[in-house]
Design a protein around this ligand. Structure first.
Ligand SMILES: Nc1ncnc2c1ncn2[C@@H]1O[C@H](COP(=O)(O)OP(=O)(O)OP(=O)(O)O)[C@@H](O)[C@H]1O
Ligand SMILES: [Mg+2]
Length: 378
C-alpha cells in the first residue's frame, strides 16, 4: 500500500456501486435532468434502477412516458427503454410524486364546491394540515425510498429533490412531522380519551367552533383524518431512524450536488456542501451542469479562411463571427475555471464533473442518454 490518500470515486463509479444517490442543488440547475441521466447511466450499465422524484416535472413524465402520482413505480414503455439503450439485466422504473397536488386534492375532497374549498384553504387548521400533508409526502417518499432499498428489487434508487426550497430540509421532514404531531393545535384535534379535563374542554370548544365553521360532517372527517395519520407517523418513527442511518452511510449513499455555471448557483451549491457536512451526509461530488468546460473540439473562425481580396461584406461577416467566437471562448474559459475551483474544493473527498449544455435542451431520451454517456466517460 502506498501512503497516498485514497482518491474519491468518480461519478461513474458511484453510479455503478451505490444503493442510493441523492441529487441536490438550487432551483432550475438541472437536478431532475441529472438524476434521470444518472438513473439511465446505471440502468445502461446493467443495474436495476428506480428514479424517485418528489418534484414531478410534466416534461420528465412526457419524456419517460410514465404518468405522475401513480400508486407505485412503473417502467417507461419498451420503445423508450430501447431508445435509452436499457436492456436486461439493467432496468429502469420511475416514480414521480407531486406533494402539493396531493395535498390540494385532499383539501378539495373535504369541501363541497370551489367556494368552500377556497374558504377552507384559508383556514389556519387546514393550512397546517396541508403543510403536514406536504411534509407527509416527503416523508412518504423517504419511507418508500427506504422500503425500496430494503426490499432489494432495485440495485440503485436515485432520488431527485424538490425545487425552490432547501433540498436538504426534506431529510428533516420526519422530525418536523413529529414536532407537528406533538404541537398544541394538532393535539386539540385528536379524540384523546386520556386527555385531562381542561384539554378535553378546550378540544370540545375548538370542536364546536370548527364544527360550526366546517360543518359537523367535515369536522368529523377531518378529525378522523388527523387521527389516522397520527397513527401512521407514530408507527413510522422507527423507520425514520433507520432511513436517516442509511442516508448517512457512505457505503450506501452519496449526495450529488448539482450546480449551473452561474455565481449564484455556485454559492448555493457550496452552502449545500456545508449543510450536508453538518448533517453528516456523505458527499459524492459536484456536477457542473450546462457547462462549456469540455467544449475543446469546437470549430473557431480562422482569419486565413478569409479569401484574398475579400469584399467588405465578407470582412464584416468574418468580424461578427470572430466576435461571437470570442464570447464562446470566454465562456469555455470561465467554465473551466469554475470546474477547476469545484475540483479543488472537492479535494480528494469527491468528484467534480462537467455536463455539457445541450443546445436543444435536455427534454428527450436522446439528450438524457448523451448526458448519461458523459457521466460514464468521467
Ligand atoms: N445539460 C443540459 N443541457 C441543456 N438543457 C438542460 C440541461 N440540463 C437541464 N436542462 C434543461 O433545463 C431545464 C431545467 O432542468 P431541470 O428540470 O432538470 O432542473 P431542476 O434543477 O430539476 O429544476 P427545479 O429546481 O425546478 O426542480 C429543463 O428544461 C432541462 O431540459
Ligand atoms: Mg427538478
Amino acid at each position: 500500500m502506498s501512503g497516498e490518500a485514497k482518491l474519491a470515486p468518480s461519478l461513474d463509479e458511484l453510479v455503478r456501486t451505490k444503493r442510493i444517490l441523492v441529487c441536490c442543488g438550487a432551483g432550475g440547475v438541472g437536478k431532475t435532468t441529472t438524476a434521470t441521466a444518472l438513473a439511465i447511466a446505471a440502468a445502461r450499465a446493467g443495474r436495476r434502477v428506480l428514479a424517485l422524484t418528489v418534484d414531478p416535472s410534466k416534461r420528465l413524465s412526457d419524456t419517460l412516458g410514465v404518468a405522475q402520482n401513480l400508486e407505485a413505480p412503473a417502467p417507461p414503455p419498451a420503445d423508450r427503454l430501447a431508445a435509452a439503450g436499457i436492456s436486461a439485466p439493467g432496468s429502469l422504473e420511475a416514480w414521480m410524486l407531486d406533494p402539493k397536488l396531493i395535498a390540494d386534492r385532499l383539501v378539495r375532497r373535504f369541501s363541497r364546491g370551489e367556494a368552500e374549498a377556497e374558504r377552507l384553504m384559508q383556514n389556519r387548521v387546514y393550512r397546517q394540515m396541508t403543510r403536514m400533508v406536504a411534509g407527509m409526502q416527503e416523508y412518504t417518499a423517504m419511507e418508500a425510498l427506504y422500503g425500496f432499498v430494503q426490499e432489494g428489487r432495485h440495485d440503485l434508487v436515485v432520488l431527485d429533490t424538490p425545487p425552490a426550497r432547501n433540498a436538504l430540509d426534506f431529510l428533516e421532514g420526519p422530525g418536523k412531522i413529529t414536532e407537528f404531531l406533538e404541537g398544541r393545535v394538532f393535539r386539540l384535534f385528536l379524540p384523546d380519551e386520556n386527555a385531562g379535563l381542561i384539554a378535553r374542554g378546550a378540544a370540545q370548544l375548538v370542536g364546536k367552533a370548527l364544527g360550526a365553521a366546517l360543518g359537523d360532517d367535515n369536522y368529523r372527517e377531518l378529525q378522523s383524518f388527523f387521527a389516522a395519520f397520527a397513527e401512521v407517523f407514530r408507527r413510522g418513527g422507527a423507520n425514520a431512524q433507520a432511513m436517516r442511518k442509511a442516508l448517512s452511510d457512505p457505503e450506501v449513499t452519496s449526495f450529488v450536488l448539482v450546480t449551473a455555471p452561474t455565481s449564484v448557483a455556485i454559492s448555493d451549491v457550496l452552502y449545500f456542501r456545508e449543510r450536508a457536512e453538518e448533517m453528516r451526509l456523505p458527499f459524492g461530488g459536484f456536477v457542473l451542469n450546462r457547462s462549456q468546460a469540455r467544449e475543446d473540439a469546437r470549430a473557431m473562425p480562422d482569419p486565413s479562411l478569409l479569401p484574398e481580396g475579400a469584399s467588405e461584406v465578407q470582412r464584416r461577416a468574418y468580424a461578427k463571427l470572430a466576435a461571437m467566437a470570442e464570447v464562446e471562448r470566454a465562456e469555455v474559459a470561465r467554465d473551466r475555471a469554475l470546474l477547476a475551483d469545484l475540483s479543488a474544493r472537492a479535494g480528494d473527498r469527491g468528484f467534480a464533473l462537467a455536463l455539457p449544455s445541450l443546445a436543444g435542451g435536455a427534454d428527450d431520451i436522446a439528450s438524457l442518454v448523451l448526458l448519461a454517456s458523459a457521466v460514464v466517460e468521467s
